[in-house]
Design a protein around this ligand. Structure first.
Ligand SMILES: [Fe+2]
Length: 184
């Protein structure tokens, strides 16, 4: 079996080709995230990209389904399935990331290190509804994502790395105190 034949591909061809073309521009991470986001917006699939069983989620944790790994390792595509209230730890990433919401809504909180890295401060939040696409790249990408809705949320994530090789897109999990918001 060749390495290429071992690659799982469950993404529509049009989406894979569009992401490939965007990454082939070899822009910097911020620009690549913007270029890939533009393509994901134009090719965003529906939640039916997953099976009915996958769309049900898991009672223990959100689930990541790998849909595509580019043979040269330049990007991976995953679908994340979140039951209500499920959330990530606070983390950042090894590379650029682009996401699109296929079902439900995701609540994202952004953080920044304070006191020389001893604690975190919340620096922003947003709700991303179905159909919304966004992208970001390190540094300044410390965040936590949760399903803030009443039903299952599903989102597609594109990472600029072979996450089967790395194991994950996460660079670091931040188990640090979070400063209380200052009164204004
Ligand atoms: Fe993340």
């Amino acid at each position: 079996m060749t390495a290429a034949s071992a690659v799982r591909t469950r993404c529509p061809d049009g989406l894979v080709v569009a992401i490939r073309d965007a990454t082939a521009q070899h822009a910097d991470w911020q620009q690549t995230a913007a270029l890939v986001a533009e393509q994901l917006r134009a090719h965003l699939p529906g939640p039916e990209i997953l099976t009915r069983a996958e769309r049900a989620g898991d009672p223990d944790s959100y689930v990541c389904h790998l849909l595509h790994t580019e043979p040269d390792g330049s990007f991976s595509v995953c679908a994340l399935v979140w039951r209500p209230g499920q959330l990530t730890p606070i983390h950042d990433h090894v590379t650029w990331c682009v996401f699109g919401v296929l079902q439900g809504a995701e609540y994202e909180e952004l953080y920044a290190l304070r006191d020389g890295g001893a604690c975190l401060e919340g620096v922003g939040s947003s709700v991303n509804e179905v159909g919304e696409v966004g992208g970001f790249a390190p540094p300044g990408d410390i965040h936590r994502v949760r399903n803030c809705g009443d039903g299952v949320a599903i989102s597609l994530h594109v990472y600029g790395a072979d996450i089967t090789r790395l194991g994950s897109s996460v660079r670091r999990i931040y188990d640090l105190p979070v400063l209380a918001p200052s009164a204004s």
